[in-house]
Design a protein around this ligand. Structure first.
Ligand SMILES: C[S@@+](CC[C@H](N)C(=O)[O-])C[C@H]1O[C@@H](n2cnc3c(N)ncnc32)[C@H](O)[C@@H]1O
Length: 374
């Protein structure tokens, strides 16, 4: 057995151990589709820099067959093309952690012959798994740049698949080949785009990461309803996907250099947002607010900003400026979350109505309900 095949089998076993339940079809896809052709190079984090690791040695193979995300592009520079000294910037493409991919594919429930649309081709690895599950002729995958889709198309061909790999904005006009039985996004959206709903057949499935500006992203699993809407639940596993970019969506949000203003004490410290189930819940209560480093929250719409400083053995201090004390919303969300027995993501539902309204819902053990608009 080759080292690559041995590593692939070990990864499939690791994925199976880590997941709640996986069907044999999904495990089989991971056993049959290699990851290494799709990540000939990736970045490792070294302080503020991303340093490339290029392929075909033991260290590279080990990392490729680990259940971990591999960043493959930083600010448009592919790891293959990066200088040895590395580059600074933000990740713009990656190969998702295989365990998370497996849970999303499980939720997607792809059958042979299903027409599938993937938004976020990236390396092409997930598209290859989709080809294995549905048949390559049924798969359409799109990404934003020619550089990404050309490389992915080539690698997919090398492993024997020829799906439609197209350069397109996943939130824009749908690609040819629809309507689709299964739609999967591997970049995060704040709301499910209308075109995804329109392109999904009744009874079809949409699996998509819903981003959350306070950190706790989650993947939603929706079924398209006969009335044109869709409904479903969030998956258990946290999922911090890079956002779906639309032109202009990365504009700076004007965070003040210093937060000066009203000061007060709080028994709820900044570390509460480290719990991803809570930060998802809190993000629903503060939909526009952005979490910045150093315990700072900022709402670009009304300019409210708050900084929370934790002090060992003493209450935290909150400094708030602008029209709203954003930390008051987090405090109240924290109290509600604890009162409701710390709801996990999978206890929450998402209903997308035909008129475009998108509502997250929670039914408490006492029968009371809470709703948030996305
Ligand atoms: C996590 S990566 C995708 C991983 C990929 N499925 C794989 O298996 O390697 C997210 C991808 O979403 C893409 N993306 C971001 N905004 C997009 C948009 N508006 N339309 C299409 N793709 C987009 C990024 O370019 C990036 O390649």
């Amino acid at each position: 057995m080759t080292a690559e095949l041995e590593a692939r089998i070990l990864l499939a076993q690791e994925i199976e151990r880590g997941a709640s339940v996986l069907s044999s079809r999904v495990v089989e896809a991971f056993l049959n589709v290699p990851r290494h052709p799709f990540v000939p190079a990736f970045y490792r984090r070294d302080g503020a820099k991303h340093v490339p690791t290029r392929g075909h040695n033991h260290e590279w193979l080990q990392a490729v067959y680990t259940d971990d995300v591999l960043v493959t592009e930083v600010d448009g520079v592919r790891a293959e093309d990066a200088p040895d000294s590395g580059v600074a910037g933000d990740a713009t493409s990656s190969s998702t952690a295989p365990g998370l991919m497996a849970e999303m594919l499980e939720a997607l429930d792809v059958r042979p012959g299903d027409r599938v649309w993937e938004i976020g081709t990236g390396t092409g690895y997930n598209a290859a798994l989709l080809c294995h599950l549905a048949g390559a002729g049924n798969v359409t995958t799109v990404d934003r740049t020619a550089r990404l889709v050309d490389a992915a198309r080539e690698r997919l061909r090398e492993v024997g698949f020829e799906p439609a790999v197209l350069r397109a904005d996943g939130a824009g006009a749908p690609p040819p080949g629809g309507p689709f039985d299964r739609i999967v996004a591997t970049c995060a959206v704040r709301r499910v785009p209308r075109s995804w709903l329109e392109q999904c057949v009744t009874g079809g499935v949409i699996v998509a990461p819903i981003g959350n500006t306070l950190g706790g992203g989650a993947v939603v699993h929706l079924t398209k309803l006969p009335d044109g809407g869709a409904a479903g639940r969030f998956l258990h596993r946290p999922a911090a996907f890079m956002p779906l970019h639309t032109d202009g969506s990365t504009a700076a949000t004007g965070l003040p250099a210093q937060v000066t203003g009203r000061r007060r004490a709080s028994v709820v410290g900044a570390r509460v947002l480290d719990d991803q189930a809570f930060s998802f819940w809190a993000g629903l209560c503060l939909p526009r607010t952005v979490l910045r480093g150093g315990g700072t929250l900022h709402d670009p719409a009304d300019g409210s900003t708050v900084r929370v400083d934790d002090h060992p053995g003493r209450p935290s201090t909150v400094t708030a400026s602008g029209p709203r004390d954003l930390w008051q919303v987090v405090e109240s969300a924290w109290n509600g979350w604890r009162r409701h027995h710390r709801p996990r993501r999978e206890w929450l539902t998402l209903t997308v109505h035909g008129d475009g309204t998108q509502v997250v819902g929670f039914t408490a053990p006492d029968g009371g309900t809470m709703v948030w608009l996305l």
